[in-house]
Design a protein around this ligand. Structure first.
Ligand SMILES: Cc1ncc(COP(=O)(O)O)c(C=O)c1O
Length: 419
């Protein structure tokens, strides 16, 4: 029998919880709390910190949701892999938009956004102690999903430096030899040898983009090294000027080694709905389905029905996406131009819902976190510090384009007064 003092010391020193022991606090959480506190204190904050789309959901999706919600049978547990008609709708979407053929039964799983799909996929596919390759900087879930699965990650810098990224126009192509050299080096140095790579283009936070040739070479590399590819395609639909984001699955043979996560959150401005998809390799997807079959009963069925109707009306959906692109492109231009007038050096992004900007010399020594805190405190403008995405991104901040043009101008005026 343990003595009472034994019991006491055990209580005061609980053991670490294995799956969260190595998880740092959510890097983008601090700024969200600071914004909340400032607003509770009555301050008017222009919040450009989180990529939380503000354009509102498509009205016809809401109508379909309401109609479906009126049916009592739609309130029962749904299917964890998604209802058949929704899986068929996204398969047809991929056929018409990317010329990718998908079997709705074995090559499509509906997920609660890309975040959930990617995390549970990692839980299913990555073994504790394993190494996962992740290009850096990275969206936090790409590394934290790896930690939650008990694995570790090996970072592969997307570009040699941010100066090199700017010189390359934040574009990776088939002949981006230096990226593939770094990737091969990271693979060769890691032990155990990585079996998985997570990537995401258009890229958050840098808005770096790729061409189809880059994906062709990546698939070739993955097959040669027997590495699974997981591609987060959350910003697929938000592309500007002449750029079109390629699907990884459009590369011949990609389905043998890859899955892609697509989402309605960003392009369709439905982040709160939590509707996404994991598409591609049947073996990876059956691992994901197995985990999900234990953990969830699927997305609320009226939402699945509404999402189905949205995707089935291809021309309506395309029109909506084009409107959203126009809105974000106009915001992008206001912000980029305004920042340049304030002396910032900014690349005009070809995709995404954000602008990645290097701190001007006058404030660079602060670092991204202190700068963001100062901007919030003195200008009531919230941005996301680069350090949340990678140690070497501390000279950068990310501005999300989730407030309207007038508010962006307000932010720029306030910034001009402060910095
Ligand atoms: C790269 C990336 N992936 C995934 C997500 C989350 O998407 P979802 O709402 O589909 O989970 C985000 C959100 O900011 C993101 O930037």
């Amino acid at each position: 029998m343990p003595t009472s003092s034994c019991r006491k010391s055990k209580m005061s020193q609980p053991p670490e919880f294995f799956r969260i022991a190595h998880l740092p606090p959510y890097p983008l959480g601090g700024i969200a709390y600071a914004v909340r506190d400032a607003r509770l204190a009555g301050r008017d904050i222009v919040d450009l910190s989180q990529v939380n789309p503000d354009l509102g959901p498509p009205p016809r999706a809401i109508d379909a949701l309401v109609q479906a919600a009126l049916q009592p049978h739609n309130h029962r547990y749904s299917s964890s892999q998604g209802i058949a008609r929704l899986r068929q709708a996204v398969a047809s979407w991929y056929q018409s938009h990317y010329d990718v053929e998908l079997d709705p039964d074995t090559e499509v799983v509906a997920t609660m956004g890309t975040k959930e799909g990617l995390s549970h996929l990692l839980l299913a596919a990555a073994a504790p102690g394993e190494n996962v390759l992740v290009p850096t900087p990275s969206y936090p879930i790409h590394t934290s999903a790896v930690f939650i699965a008990g694995a570790g990650f090996t970072g592969v810098p997307l570009f040699e430096s941010f100066t090199a990224a700017e010189a390359a126009g934040y574009l990776l192509q088939e002949d981006s030899d230096d990226f593939f050299d770094r990737l091969t080096l990271a693979y060769n140095r890691a032990w155990p040898r990585p079996r998985l790579l997570i990537c995401s283009f258009p890229h958050n936070p840098t808005a770096a983009v790729v061409d189809q040739g880059f994906f062709t070479r990546l698939v070739h590399w993955a097959r040669e090294h027997e590495v699974w590819l997981v591609h987060d395609f959350a910003y697929a639909d938000l592309v500007y000027d002449n750029y079109r984001a390629p699907s990884l699955l459009a590369v011949p043979g990609a389905k043998e080694c890859a899955v892609e996560c697509y989402s309605l959150s960003k392009g369709f401005s439905m982040p709160g709905w939590r509707i996404g998809f994991c598409l591609g390799n049947p073996r990876l997807l059956s691992a994901l389905k197995k985990v999900k079959s234990y953990l969830d009963f699927g997305i609320f069925q009226p939402m699945q029905i509404a999402a189905t109707k949205l995707l089935e009306d291809t021309s309506g959906a395309n029109e909506l996406l084009a409107e959203h692109r126009d809105t974000y492109r106009a915001r992008r231009d206001v912000l980029v131009e305004g920042l340049r007038e304030l002396g910032w050096t900014v690349h005009t992004p070809a995709a995404g819902v954000f602008v990645w900007a290097g701190l001007p010399a006058a404030v660079a020594s602060l670092g991204s976190l202190a700068f963001s805190e100062r901007l919030l405190a003195e200008a009531s403008v919230a941005v996301c510090p680069g350090i949340g995405f990678a140690i070497d991104a501390d000279g950068y901040v990310r501005f999300a384009l989730v407030e309207n043009e007038r508010r962006l101008r307000t932010a720029l005026t306030r910034m001009a007064e402060v910095c």
